[in-house]
Design a protein around this ligand. Structure first.
Ligand SMILES: NC(=O)c1ccc[n+]([C@@H]2O[C@H](COP(=O)([O-])OP(=O)(O)OC[C@H]3O[C@@H](n4cnc5c(N)ncnc54)[C@H](O)[C@@H]3O)[C@@H](O)[C@H]2O)c1
Ligand SMILES: O=P(O)(O)OC[C@@H](O)[C@@H](O)[C@H](O)[C@H](O)CO
Length: 491
């Protein structure tokens, strides 16, 4: 067994891919905010490929943990010289392991905000990437407006306070760059949000504008915010994953990351200060990300919501189990074909039929062991981004909505059952649970939350389908409800 560090790389078995480039010579051109599973399975891998190809010694990554909860990641990475193992789980059960070397530094903002600001302000930093979740943009789901009253934002705006949020850290670094005559970096959101570039621009410019109007205008005008579509199913790493890595490859890694073999990154080409040649390592660098992003969010992520909420009620734990349940699979396929796809524009170079088939195969990979619970966490951040746009588009066009409406009903039922606090993890949990309990007397009570649902409560086709599904879930149970949805009479 070999404990992973820079010094032990040469002792790892030949079956583990290890960096062949000189990591000591790699400089960080990218600062990444929010080093979780996904960044390490995706963006860091593309940069690792670039370094491996001998191009891009100036494009290493300095990772940043923004929240106190990132301390354990900081400690593991510090003990491993920022190296970690990426394990791909193939549908036939075989595993491949690669030690990724592109992360060449990591800082924890709560411990040393000044070091983070200086890493961002360093002349070599030309790109800031971020994966801070859908909720990380601090914007209203219904209007997209920045929430200036959020306590963390208010604290960050106090004169002399050390920056703690992504907004405070990035804004302070931009101010220093401007004062030093350095061009601003590009800020590339890699979160699953429609129009992630535009959303990031709105949020960062709004925060900067709260510091100083002119600064807000400068951020909106001068800082590039390229959009991207990112895709690779990356479940939470478990103890079993650590044990598998040790057993199959003899590597002891405090926090490996596991994922499916599929990976896709479509990135808007908006990097005036320069970017790595990502197109050489499999990234689709395009002028317009929108069609790709709509396809992914409305099929994959919304499809995950369909499986997650109804699959849990039907008694499943894992995504592959729900996908392999014929009834839920039929529901998923029906959603993809008849609710998600009709709302999409043509997607360049993409056969949507093949894309949908690939999705069902990906979800069914039994070795990935992604949990339905991961998919439904923070649903109040996810549903408005993934599913509600589909609902709205179908309501406007006269399309089908019964399966999407049933997902909302299933969510309400799970919240209603949450009396003992063991239900879904959600930042708005208390208010959601209270509204779900009121739904016994008034089924539409949860939908009156305009911040989340906007005007959906005024759409009779939606409320009718939602009520029918909620009623069926309560009286007939989840399987009978899914069966009715598949056959078509509900809603
Ligand atoms: N896991 C996937 O399959 C996947 C695939 C594509 C895209 N993504 C995107 O990546 C995001 C992160 O996924 P992950 O699997 O890495 O999750 P993770 O839980 O492993 O990591 C999330 C990271 O975001 C940070 N974070 C959360 N809220 C924040 C905030 N308000 N400010 C600053 N940092 C914050 C956390 O501290 C952590 O470092 C997702 O929300 C999604 O938008 C994930
Ligand atoms: O991570 P989220 O919050 O964007 O959504 C949950 C999943 O749908 C998501 O993580 C997918 O696994 C991922 O988007 C696949 O690329």
């Amino acid at each position: 067994m070999t404990r992973l560090t820079a010094a032990t790389l040469g002792a790892l078995p030949a079956s583990v891919w290890t960096p062949r480039y000189d990591r000591a010579a790699v400089r960080p051109g990218v600062v990444h905010l929010g080093v979780g599973g996904f960044h390490r399975a995706h963006q860091a891998l593309y940069l690792d490929r670039l370094l491996e190809a001998g191009a891009g010694g100036e494009w290493g990554v300095c990772g940043v943990g923004v929240l106190p909860g990132d301390r354990r990641m900081a400690e593991v990475l510090a003990a491993q010289d920022c190296l970690y193992t990426l394990v791909e789980k193939h549908p036939d059960g075989h595993l491949t392991a690669r030690v990724v070397g592109s992360l060449v530094g990591h800082r924890l903002a709560p411990d040393d905000p000044e070091a983070v600001v200086e890493a961002l302000a360093a002349p070599g930093t030309r790109i800031v990437t971020m994966t801070v979740t859908e909720g990380g943009y601090n914007a209203s789901a219904a209007t997209g407006e920045f929430d200036a009253s959020a306590p963390a934002v208010v604290a960050d705006l106090q004169p002399g306070a050390p920056p703690a949020t992504v907004f405070g850290l990035v804004t302070e670094a931009l101010v220093r760059r401007r004062a030093r005559g350095l061009a601003p970096f590009a800020v590339a959101s890699c979160d699953n949000v429609p129009g992630n570039g535009a959303l990031a621009r709105r949020s960062f410019a709004a925060f900067a504008g709260l510091r100083d109007d002119a600064l807000g205008e400068w951020v909106a005008r001068e800082v590039p915010f390229p959009s991207s579509m990112v895709d690779r199913i990356t479940p939470v790493t478990t103890d079993a994953d650590r044990a598998d890595l040790a057993r199959h490859f003899g590597v002891e890694d405090g926090w490996p990351v596991v994922c499916e073999p599929w990976t896709q990154w479509v990135l808007e080409d908006a990097f005036p200060a320069g970017r790595p040649a990502l197109e050489d390592v499999g990234v689709q660098v395009v002028g317009d990300v929108v069609p790709y992003e709509l396809m992914k969010l409305r099929l994959l992520n919304a499809g995950h919501q369909v499986l997650g909420h109804l699959g849990l009620l039907a008694g499943h734990t894992y995504v592959h189990e729900a996908t392999r349940d014929p009834l839920l699979r039929e529901l998923l396929v029906g959603y993809l074909e008849e609710e998600g796809t009709p709302t999409l524009p043509p997607v360049p170079g993409t056969d949507l039929r093949a894309y949908r088939a690939a999705l069902v195969t990906r979800f069914g990979n039994p070795h990935v062991r992604d949990t339905l619970a991961r998919l439904v966490e923070y649903a109040s951040d996810r549903l408005p981004q993934f599913l509600f746009p589909v609902l709205r588009a179908n309501l406007a066009a006269g399309g089908q909505v019964r399966r999407s409406a049933a997902v909302v009903a299933a969510w309400v039922q799970a919240l209603e059952r949450d009396a003992d606090g063991v239900g879904p993890v959600d930042a708005r949990r208390d208010r959601l649970v209270a509204a779900a309990r009121r739904s016994r007397e008034d089924p539409l009570a949860p939908l009156a939350d305009r911040e989340l649902f906007g005007d959906l409560v005024e759409q009779p086709r939606f409320t009718g389908a939602y009520r029918a599904a909620l009623d069926s879930l309560r009286t007939e149970g989840p399987r009978a409800t899914v069966e009715a949805l598949v056959r078509g009479p509900l809603g």
